[in-house]
Design a protein around this ligand. Structure first.
Ligand SMILES: NC(=O)C1=CN([C@@H]2O[C@H](COP(=O)(O)OP(=O)(O)OC[C@H]3O[C@@H](n4cnc5c(N)ncnc54)[C@H](O)[C@@H]3O)[C@@H](O)[C@H]2O)[C@@H](O)CC1
Ligand SMILES: [K+]
Length: 468
């Protein structure tokens, strides 16, 4: 599991660790990891040129100590000091290693290979001051390595309300922070590299499933499995106007993860579904329903009928408009626009603070909420949040959500808890999209086709090491 903690969590863990360590030991670990990552990115040391942007706090200290290590490896290191206050020991170390420091923009090496953003870290307020904006603009074409977090983002919420750094790589310390995983800040981080500090941290604020976690959670048939014991999922979707949504939701449900798939909808649509998926049968008992894709005016009835069965329901698309009371045990799968309409706010507000809105929705409707986006969020009513880091921008395509709803429904019917069904479904959906795209465009139908292959690869035992 990839875990992200709040600033308070990190401060507490760092204080506990520092009580047992010599002064500055954590900063040395951080700086060593940062310097190694920068050397890796530069492809070597001697002759390379690095510009450090140094703020007043320990984030600047990390940059200076790492800069000293780089200078010792033959890198030309210029430090631009953004404040009258500078980490003194770090600055002295940089200068004695042969680095240079200035407060004058015109004194800087005009052509650095890399900028290191040590403006602010977890102690920073969101936004950047004009001097930081000016230097970033001057070197706008140079890749940036962010120290701990891209300066200017709101570390605990992932909001980006003002100017901020856009990094090619973020080297973080001790644990991931919320901003690394949650949009829109996650979009400013580039690749992530975690340097271990040996911190003892508690429960994370948000987490992201990794292949091992998905492997452990994925349902698989027991040796004496029958189709009914493996779970039956029902899909109520599609209408005369949107027959394709039914096909896609059924495609997402019918990937072999359950024993049986039922479809309930207009006869003409049912014929099309059966023609494409001959295994699919009609109405009957199910362990979970998927309701809403392409439902149009029938969505309210679809939701009421599914709810009458007293099994978990995945509520998607048109059915989301008909959610009234709480839905314990169910899963809502809105995109930002749909969630905004449900909460009575503007879409922009949801996009600016998806974590806050997903959490609020999960609390309000007392169910799991999947807020779809670049990094889809899965929020549980008890406050837990998982972030999906699989997938790619090509997945922003019509019908992809229908496939996801069907897939999550199948995992619910197979017996996963709603939080696991939603997060595992979202993870598989993203991974299947990446396989389907193979570096190029994709369509929603192709995502469904690739799900079994992703399940196969995920279930395969990890390759053994030398001792394995
Ligand atoms: N606490 C620890 O044990 C460790 C901290 N480390 C580093 O220390 C960082 C935290 O250091 P600090 O607590 O000193 O805080 P920061 O260095 O993140 O920033 C705080 C300083 O920046 C100023 N500031 C706040 N917002 C600003 C803004 N928007 N623009 C310009 N200046 C602003 C503040 O006045 C304050 O002086 C971490 O992010 C990490 O890089 C690492 O060395 C690992 C160990
Ligand atoms: K930074």
């Amino acid at each position: 599991m990839l875990r992200a903690h709040t600033v308070d969590d990190v401060r507490r863990a760092e204080a506990a660790a520092m009580a047992d360590l010599p002064d500055g030991a954590l900063m040395q670990r951080a700086a060593a990891g940062l310097a190694a990552a920068v050397l890796d990115l530069l492809g070597g040391g001697y002759g390379r040129r690095v510009l450090l942007l140094v703020g007043s706090g320990d984030n600047g200290g990390d940059a200076l100590w790492a800069g000293a290590r780089l200078a010792a490896r033959g890198v030309r290191v210029d430090a631009f000091l953004l404040s009258d206050r500078t980490h003194e020991a770090g600055l002295a170390e940089l200068l004695s290693a042969g680095g240079r420091a200035t407060r004058d923009l015109d004194d800087l090496d005009p052509r650095p290979d890399l900028v290191v953003d040590g403006i602010v870290g977890i102690g920073g307020r969101p936004g950047l001051r004009p001097d930081a904006v000016a230097v970033l603009e001057r070197f706008a074409d140079v890749p940036v390595v962010a120290v701990d977090v891209p300066s200017g983002v709101d570390v605990d919420t992932g909001r980006v309300d003002g100017p901020h750094v856009r990094a090619a790589l973020t080297v973080t310390f001790g644990t991931h922070k919320v901003a690394h995983l949650v949009d829109p800040a996650s979009l400013a981080c580039g690749a992530l590299h975690l340097v271990d500090l040996g911190l003892d941290l508690g429960a994370p604020a948000v987490e992201a499933l990794q292949p091992d976690d998905v492997r452990a959670l994925l349902p698989r048939p027991s040796v004496d499995a029958q189709k009914y014991t493996r779970g039956v999922v029902g899909v109520r979707a599609g209408s005369g106007t949107y027959p394709g949504a039914a096909l896609l939701a059924v495609a997402g449900a019918n990937t072999g993860l359950v024993g049986m798939v039922r479809y309930v909808g207009p006869e003409r649509v049912a014929d099309t579904v059966r023609a494409a998926h001959p295994e699919v049968v009609g109405n009957g008992r199910v362990q979970a329903w998927v309701v809403g894709p392409g439902g149009g005016d029938d969505a309210a009835t679809m939701l009421a009928e599914a709810r009458a069965d007293d099994v978990p329901v995945v509520v998607d698309a048109d059915a989301l408009r008909h959610v009234t009371g709480t839905l314990p045990g169910c899963v809502l799968t809105p995109h930002a626009g749909e969630l905004a309409a449900m909460l009575g706010v503007e879409r922009d507000e949801v996009e600016a603070a998806p974590l806050e809105h997903a959490r609020e929705a999960a609390r309000r409707w007392d169910c799991v909420v999947v807020l779809k986006g670049h990094h889809t969020l899965v929020a549980a009513p008890d406050g837990r949040v998982r972030v999906t880091t699989t997938g790619l921008p090509w997945l922003a395509t019509a019908g992809a959500g229908d496939v996801l709803a069907g897939l999550v429904g199948a995992l619910l019917a197979a017996g996963l808890e709603p939080y696991d069904a939603a997060s595992v479904g979202s993870w598989l959906h993203g991974a299947a999209a990446t396989e389907a795209a193979a570096g190029g465009p994709l369509t929603a139908s192709r995502v469904a086709v690739h799900i079994p292959q992703v399940v196969r690869e995920t279930l395969a035992p990890p390759r053994s090491g030398m001792l394995g």
